[in-house]
Every structure is written in structure tokens, then in C-alpha cells.
Design a protein around this ligand. Structure first.
Ligand code: NAP
Length: 247
């Protein structure tokens, strides 16, 4: 088991939802957390305050992770602040759902840029620092949709499946270094992303989940903690946290 106290994590899209839960869980274990946000400064600031009030350490940095130069500055800011980076959690993501025939080129490009190219962008700058850590970890938040596909989600499914392929390939390349690379594939988790789905469709989805409920953001955060703390011999994998919806 890795002693993670005092180590440093960068969580992209950490201002809300699953990302915010990951930040809280890691901070409660003594990890210094860099919370990246794009537009939700208030949520990110109140999360920093909450973590600090609970005795943890956290800071926030604005960055659109789909822009490679901004991602570079985000990692530089992390190093300037804490002098090291041990855990990179690529969590930022968006949906722009439309059936393929109605999908605009810009919806395709945006979803690929924010969900997939961002993973390249942050990893590219973070890797030299992760290699200096005795317990470097890259955890990419993919999705059940990257495994099963989703109606109206060609862009999102392609990006999330791309993350899985990226993860396996980089895991192979880094296996000898000790840096592990894994994906987590959440099912349907109670955040804005799922609450934005019309209620009628939400009910149909819930009915199809063997455990008959949506997941909680903390349940994904606990998966992240497990891979970080106990995941020395786990690399190139997909951790499915989905209530049995995809096996
Ligand atoms: P959410 O509540 O909508 O949060 C998304 C986060 O991503 C926000 O913090 C947002 O920050 C950030 N973000 C968006 N665009 C960004 C950009 N260009 N640069 C930096 N940050 C950006 O969504 P969520 O449900 O927590 O999803 C988190 C991750 O889990 C996503 O990758 C999503 O695809 C994945 N996932 C979610 C579910 C689910 O059921 N909820 C299922 C499977 C996978 P700002 O608000 O500051 O813009």
C-alpha cells in the first residue's frame, strides 16, 4: 500500500460532480489537491475552502484542458506551487448529444477536444514529473458509453473509447517505470451530466440498471483512491463502476 500523505494530485474538471468528489476523498487522505476548473470558479473556490476547513490542502487553477498551451501552464502552476506531481486524474468532460445525422461538426470537434485531446494535453506536460514520483499514477475517467456505445452519442462514445485505447497503450509503454495508467468507466452517476437527461429517459435508464439506482460521485472517487493506494500491480485496466449495467 502506497503512503499518499503529502503527495500531490491534479484533478481536471475538479470543480463539480465526480471531479469534486475525487478532490474531497484524496484531500481527506492527506493528498495536496490541485483543482482545475474551466468556468465554475465559485464552485472550485468553495471546494478549496471546504477542504481547507477540514484540515486539507488544496488550490485552484483555471484552465481549458482542451487547449495544449493552457494545459502546459496548468502543470507548470502545479509544480510551482507544490514542487511535485504524483497523481494525474483526467476527469474533465462534456456531452453534446445528438443523433449522428443532426450532429454538427463543431459538436464532434468540441467533445473530442475536451474529453480526449485533453488527456493527451495534460499527460504530455505531466509525465516528466510523474516519472520522478515513486508512485506515479494516471487515472483517466472514461465511461460505460465508451464500452457499450450510446444513442445520440457518437462523439462522446468515440472520445471515451479513445481514452481506453490511449490508457492501454501508455500503460504498456510505462509499465517498466512504475507509473501505472488506468481508466475508470462509470455507469450513470448522479451529477449534472445525468440530471440533464430528460426525466422520462432517466427513469428508463434506471430501470435497466441491475442494481436499480444511479451511482454516487463518491463511489467513483473511492475507485480512484483504490487505484492510487493499492494499485501498484494494476495497469492498463478499466475499472467498471456501473451497478452491473455493463459486464
Ligand atoms: P459535470 O458535473 O458536468 O462536471 C464536469 C467537469 O468538467 C466540471 O468540473 C467542468 O468544469 C469540467 N470541464 C468541462 N470542460 C472543461 C474544460 N474544457 N477544461 C477543464 N475542465 C472542464 O460532469 P461529471 O458527471 O462530474 O463528469 C465527470 C467525468 O466523468 C466526465 O469525464 C464524464 O464524461 C465522466 N462520466 C460521467 C458519468 C455520469 O454519469 N455523470 C458517467 C460516465 C462518465 P467547469 O464547470 O469549471 O467548466
Amino acid at each position: 500500500m502506497v503512503n499518499i500523505e503529502g503527495k500531490v494530485a491534479l484533478v481536471t474538471g475538479g470543480s463539480k460532480g465526480i471531479g469534486a468528489s475525487i478532490c474531497k476523498v484524496l484531500a481527506s487522505e492527506g493528498v495536496k489537491v490541485v483543482i482545475n476548473y474551466n468556468s465554475s470558479k465559485e464552485s472550485a473556490q468553495s471546494l478549496v475552502d471546504e477542504i481547507k476547513n477540514n484540515g486539507g490542502e488544496a488550490d485552484l487553477f483555471q484552465c481549458d484542458v482542451s487547449e495544449i498551451e493552457e494545459a502546459k501552464v496548468l502543470v507548470e502552476n502545479t509544480i510551482n506551487k507544490y514542487g511535485r506531481l504524483d497523481f494525474l486524474i483526467n476527469n474533465a468532460g462534456i456531452t453534446r448529444d445528438r443523433s449522428f445525422r443532426k450532429l454538427l461538426h463543431e459538436d464532434w470537434n468540441k467533445v473530442i477536444a475536451v474529453n480526449l485531446s485533453s488527456v493527451y494535453n495534460t499527460t504530455n506536460s505531466a509525465l516528466p514529473h510523474l516519472l520522478n514520483s515513486e508512485c506515479g499514477r494516471i487515472i483517466n475517467i472514461s465511461s460505460i458509453i465508451g464500452q457499450s456505445g450510446g444513442f445520440g452519442q457518437t462523439n462522446y462514445a468515440a472520445a471515451k473509447a479513445g481514452i481506453i485505447g490511449f490508457t492501454k497503450s501508455l500503460a504498456l509503454e510505462l509499465a517498466k517505470t512504475g507509473v501505472t495508467v488506468n481508466s475508470i468507466c462509470p455507469g450513470f452517476i448522479e451529477t449534472k451530466m445525468v440530471l440533464d437527461i430528460p426525466e422520462e429517459i432517466r427513469d428508463q435508464i434506471k430501470n435497466k440498471i441491475p442494481q436499480k439506482r444511479f451511482g454516487k460521485p463518491e463511489e467513483i472517487a473511492k475507485g480512484v483512491l483504490y487505484l492510487i493506494k493499492d494499485g501498484d500491480y494494476i495497469t492498463g485496466q478499466q475499472l467498471n463502476i456501473n451497478g452491473g449495467l455493463y459486464m
